[in-house]
Design a protein. Structure first.
Length: 307
């Protein structure tokens, strides 16, 4: 009898320790979307990322295993604006209306974002180049994290209606910290308002707008196209005229051309993180912006002091 009682106690203990709700499976196309899902969902979600960290999402080619990963998702979160246009064939192969545009399990995080570099009459994912009909790097303006997390929270609350209060509390806690850091980030870059930069790729208009920086040219002749000698010569001439103070460079792009331009202009090359995980120790969204702001402030302070 004593053994039976002990067995019941053990069983009750195991039940009490078990989670009341299985984690909701979420698939995000990029690490940035995954990071923002995680701050809202917390322990209620299990988030997978399709594009590996420290790789170029615009050049990503899905693997066969990614089809199964998307198929098993309860929620699919994407950047949109053509940045992850490679997702469309995966969705089509799966044929699940819930995970397609307009479905309950589909979140295009670009909806509601104040877009930059909008082209044409509308924004779509089928405009050829990965930048589509607007620049897609909107998560690099930290204020846009408010909009993205609102969309994520709404979708998670639909899937987990009994956890609405918990999801809302998670998001509010994140926004309090975001606002506090935004004040510090703005103060750190305020002395450099109007400073001219050259970028390798057109990744930075949202960050530049937020912190009043001015990107005046790009090392790439066109997105995805390596620069020619004549393009670099023209860029260097324009950089001298504009008094460019730094070249900003993505972690996964070749550095030779950026360093050549920087040497000619006698300015630093600043490696900025485009995404969570794209450089070491950038493990969450706030750390991403922390890193970029600190790197810019440090490089621009040195650049201006030597002029």
């Amino acid at each position: 009898m004593r053994a039976g009682i002990l067995g019941l106690i053990a069983a009750a203990t195991m039940l009490a320790a078990a989670p009341t709700v299985a984690a909701l499976r979420v698939v995000a196309t990029t690490s940035d979307m995954a990071a923002l899902v995680a701050v809202v969902g917390g322990e209620l979600v299990a988030v997978e990322t399709l594009v590996p960290a420290a790789t170029d999402p615009e050049a990503f080619e899905p693997r066969p295993a990614d089809i199964d990963r998307v198929r098993r998702a309860r929620l699919l979160v994407r950047v949109g604006l053509g940045y992850d246009a490679w997702l469309e064939p995966l969705i089509a192969k799966i044929g699940d209306a819930r995970l397609a545009r307009g479905g309950d399990g589909y979140v295009d995080a670009s909806v509601g974002i104040p877009l930059l570099e909008v082209r044409g009459q509308g924004v779509s994912d089928d405009n050829g180049h990965a930048h589509g009909a607007a620049n897609p790097h909107y998560w690099l303006d930290p204020a846009n994290a408010r909009i993205v997390t609102a969309a994520v929270a709404q979708a998670l609350m639909h899937e987990l209606p009994d956890e609405r209060a918990r999801l809302d509390a998670n998001r509010r806690r994140f926004l309090v910290e975001l606002d506090a850091r935004l004040e510090r980030w703005t103060a750190a870059l305020a002395p450099f308002a109007g400073v001219k930069l050259i970028a390798y790729h057109n990744s930075w208009p949202y960050l530049a707008r937020r912190f009043r920086l001015d990107v005046v040219g790009f090392v790439e002749a066109r997105p995805g196209v390596a620069p020619s000698p004549s393009h670099l010569a023209q860029l260097i001439a324009e950089g001298r005229k504009s008094r460019v103070r730094a070249i900003v460079h993505e972690p996964y792009e070749p550095e030779e051309a950026s360093r050549f331009v920087a040497d000619k202009l006698a300015v630093p090359v600043v490696r900025l993180a485009t995404s969570v995980g794209s450089l070491p120790h950038i493990d969450d969204y706030l750390a991403l912006i922390d890193f970029d702001v600190a790197a810019l402030a440090r490089a621009l302070t040195g650049s201006i002091e030597t002029r």
